[in-house]
Design a binder for this molecule. Structure first.
Ligand code: NDP
Length: 251
């Protein structure tokens, strides 16, 4: 039997970008811990297909880069008597190119999707959490919150910002009963990394560079998310939890 501290029964969790990859795995994990999950993505059909595999899951379709859309979707949901107790800001994108050739448009899109979204959705949800005096926000950062790698300098900048925005959220909102933390994943097998997984040279490098000697499986992020969403983490605030097979611990 699991410890009651980790039981999420009766809590509602919105996970952005949950139609596939890490977000979908986190939604599944939260649901297995008892939460009622809400799947977000831009594509309704894909979000509904993802929700279909999770008992009791609902769908809330909006673009996380759109401040007004996020506010309207969250306010509408709350007005319908569906308070959001847990928010996982997971939606994110990647673009790989040498920095000297990096398209300005791609840089802007990364900023909007990976950082501004955390502000847009975080603020929309936190307003209601603050009124209730409780809530959990979990932002998905990256090993790139701490480390750079060739070809992804703008992504690294966005994930560094996610780490500091998490600390800022905790600093402003802890007094209102919220906890705001980040999970920083290492390299996981998801569609976002399809090109890297198909690259034999990168695959060999990663396995050598990672103390655990392998890629992560998305299910291995579920425990960290359940912990940060649960009563077990009630005094954990502004923390960045690396789940990376030891990469950031080692040269
Ligand atoms: P995927 O590309 O597999 O999934 C991204 C999800 O985000 C999709 O469901 C997509 O759905 C959704 N999404 C993208 N843009 C938007 C938007 N503007 N509004 C709403 N939803 C959006 O990514 P991963 O699962 O690999 O990554 C998830 C998060 O984890 C990202 O923040 C990423 O940076 C981070 N991360 C990933 C790592 C990895 O190894 N995979 C390592 C470290 C961090 P749709 O297109 O239908 O909107």
């Amino acid at each position: 039997m699991s410890h009651p501290m980790f039981d999420l029964t009766g809590r509602r969790a919105l996970v952005t970008g949950a139609s596939q990859g890490i977000g979908h795995a986190l939604a599944r994990g939260l649901a297995e811990a008892g939460a009622q999950v809400v799947i977000n993505g831009r594509d309704r059909a894909r979000a509904e297909a993802a929700a279909a595999g999770i008992p009791g899951a609902e769908v809330l379709v909006f673009d996380v880069t759109d401040h007004e859309a996020a506010r309207a979707a969250v306010d509408g949901f709350e007005a319908a008597g569906k308070p959001i107790d847990i928010l996982v800001n997971n939606a994110g994108i990647q673009h790989r190119a040498p920095l000297q050739d990096f398209p300005a448009e791609a840089f802007e899109r990364l900023l909007q999707t990976n950082v501004a979204s955390v502000f847009h959705v975080g603020q929309a949800v936190a307003r209601h959490m603050i009124a209730r005096g409780r809530g959990r926000i979990i932002n998905i950062a990256s090993v790139q919150t701490a480390l750079a790698r060739p070809g992804i300098a703008p992504y690294t900048a966005t994930k560094g910002a996610v780490g500091n925005l998490t600390k800022g959220m905790a600093t402003d909102w802890a007094r209102h009963g919220l906890t705001c933390n980040a999970i920083a994943p290492g390299y996981f097998e998801t569609p976002l990394n399809a090109a890297l997984m198909a690259d034999a040279e990168f695959d060999a490098w990663l396995k050598k560079r990672t103390p655990a000697g392998r890629w992560g499986k998305v299910e291995e992020l579920q425990g960290a998310c359940i912990f940060l969403a649960s009563d077990a983490a009630s005094f954990v605030n502004g923390h960045i939890l690396y789940v990376d097979g030891g990469i950031t611990a080692s040269l």
